[in-house]
Design a protein around this ligand. Structure first.
Ligand code: GAR
Length: 198
């Protein structure tokens, strides 16, 4: 059994999609949800799936202290893989290295990013793509490395928009694709763990 933790800072719609998919899997199990925000929507979502939720706020602690509390919790739950689902902090290289898998030469940390990487790295990717009426719109799921949304791509898909509707509709379109692709990656985690790709 592969033991997964989800880390999220916000609404938690991706966490919800992962938890829904996980209930039908026999070889992958979400053992824990971690959030750094006391009021994150993901807290209620985790509870509704009867999953342990750990709120680990940063508050006045340093990044190193905050991450070491997270690492301890991950260790307590014997977590093998982390799925970042709207976790809005940059992880340090020390943290990423502590999840490095020498077999696949990647960290066992996966992120979903709301753009067709390498386009629109960083914050507010949907907003920027929409404003530019970019032709490079899509969703990317990638291994986490030391850079900002630079890790090796696991799965990527484009979507189409004529930008004639409002931003909310555009974002909904993107999120619907996120909710389809991220569970697909979770389901295929045994393969990814073995081969380093889908
Ligand atoms: C999602 O769109 C996710 O791709 C994005 O945050 C949102 C979280 O929504 N992640 C990033 O921008 C990471 N850089 P959710 O809380 O409803 O899953």
């Amino acid at each position: 059994m592969i033991r997964v933790a989800i880390m999220a800072s916000g609404t938690g719609t991706n966490a919800k999609a992962l938890l829904k998919a996980e209930s039908e899997l026999s070889d992958v199990s979400v053992e824990l949800v971690i959030t750094d925000k006391i009021d994150a929507g993901v807290i209620e979502i985790s509870k509704s799936f009867s999953k342990p939720i750990e709120v680990i706020e940063k508050k006045e602690s340093t990044k190193t202290e905050h991450e070491s509390r997270i690492k301890k919790t991950l260790k307590d739950y014997k977590i093998d893989w982390i799925f970042l689902a709207g976790y809005m902090r940059i992880l340090s290289s020390d943290f990423i290295d502590s999840f490095f898998d020498s077999n696949i030469q990647q960290s066992r940390i996966i992120n979903i990013h709301p753009s067709l990487l390498p386009h629109f790295r960083g914050l507010n990717a949907y907003e920027r793509a929409y404003e530019e009426k970019s032709e490079h719109i899509g969703i990317s799921i990638h291994f986490v490395d030391g850079g900002m949304d630079t890790g090796k791509i696991i799965l990527q898909e484009r979507f189409q928009s004529d930008f004639n509707h409002g931003f909310e509709e555009f974002k909904e379109q993107g999120l619907a694709l996120e909710h389809k692709l991220y569970p697909h990656v979770l389901k295929n985690l045994p393969l990814i763990q073995q081969k380093g790709h889908l």
